[in-house]
Design a protein around this ligand. Structure first.
Ligand code: HEC
Length: 267
């Protein structure tokens, strides 16, 4: 708090000004005041010359007000605020930093679409994507998967990632087992969000939309290992066996691909 005006302080200053006045009038010290050379009997002439004449009184009032205002001054370097995270005995928990009011929702964080954030319908995982899967979504999912999941689950999702091969306590299951092939999409979202057994959760590293993109990509990985000709849309060809080369090429020269007969649809 800044110093405030107090009666003591005022009277101290007042006393000081009294004594300095005495210093200015040394002639009168110890002797009687010289007589008024023009004495008058008119009482009105004496009015206003007492201890508190009208003029003196108003000066004193102004002086008092100014003094009081000076006491109220608040410098910028001494602001009435808490330093961040400072202790305060104003609150019972002694914290000056107050927690947000219960139920506060930060801008952009109103999670109205609960499926997008939990992958659950009621208590069970749902089996649909909360937004349409486009090529961009799959590409994003592949990129995030290769960053966050492949180190353990491997790029093809068979569980032979480099981390388990270097001593991670548990080898992840392959995504291509019957149980996980049949698992609903929301289940994968939940595993990424909350972790599973010895697998940690990735909720802080991967934001919900990216988690769903990964889920779509995992499903694509599963399809890639479990597709039949019936899954291929009509008119599209399934990639055939790798090309055979007439000449392999030296590195400086390009390989020459063997001319094959037209590809037959696998049965
Ligand atoms: C640090 C290694 C590690 C990383 C990284 C990792 N996982 Fe796992 N994951 C595991 C292990 C280990 C298990 C088996 C856990 C167990 O059974 O206790 C597992 C299990 C799973 C399962 C199967 C759950 C079941 O029901 O059996 C899924 C699905 C899965 N992980 C998805 C993911 C996805 C998606 C990512 C990337 C966001 C990911 N994991 C990242 C180690 C990892």
């Amino acid at each position: 708090m800044s110093p405030t005006f107090s009666a003591d302080r005022f009277s101290a200053i007042f006393r000081k000004s009294e004594s300095s006045r005495a210093r200015l009038e040394p002639r009168w010290r110890g002797e009687s005041k010289p007589k008024d050379p023009y004495p008058t009997t008119d009482s009105s002439a004496h009015r206003g010359k007492g201890l508190c004449g009208l003029k003196a009184c108003s000066t004193l009032a102004w002086f008092t007000i100014l003094l009081a205002l000076a006491g109220c001054r608040q410098d910028m370097h001494d602001q009435p605020r808490f330093k961040p995270l400072a202790e305060s005995d104003f609150y019972s928990d002694l914290r000056s930093a107050r927690p947000p009011v219960e139920g506060t929702v930060a801008r952009g964080q109103l999670r109205e679409d609960s499926y997008l954030y939990t992958g659950k319908m009621g208590n069970n995982p749902g089996d649909y994507m909360p937004f349409p899967v486009t090529t961009e979504v799959l590409a994003r999912g592949q990129q995030r998967y290769d960053i966050y999941c492949a180190p353990c689950h491997s790029r093809v999702g068979d569980g032979n990632g480099v981390i388990p091969s270097r001593g991670f306590p548990r080898k992840p299951p392959s995504y291509h087992i019957e149980r996980l092939r049949k698992a609903p999409l929301g289940y994968f979202f939940d595993v990424i969000t909350n972790g599973f057994g010895s697998m940690p959760d990735y909720s802080s590293q991967i934001e919900p939309r990216d988690r769903w993109a990964i889920v779509a990509y995992v499903r694509a990985l599963q399809l890639s290992q479990d597709a039949t000709a019936a899954d291929v849309p009509a008119g599209q060809k399934v990639p055939s066996e790798p090309p055979r080369f007439e000449e392999l090429g030296s590195g400086a020269t390009l390989p020459v691909v063997e001319n094959k007969p037209a590809h037959e649809e696998p049965k």
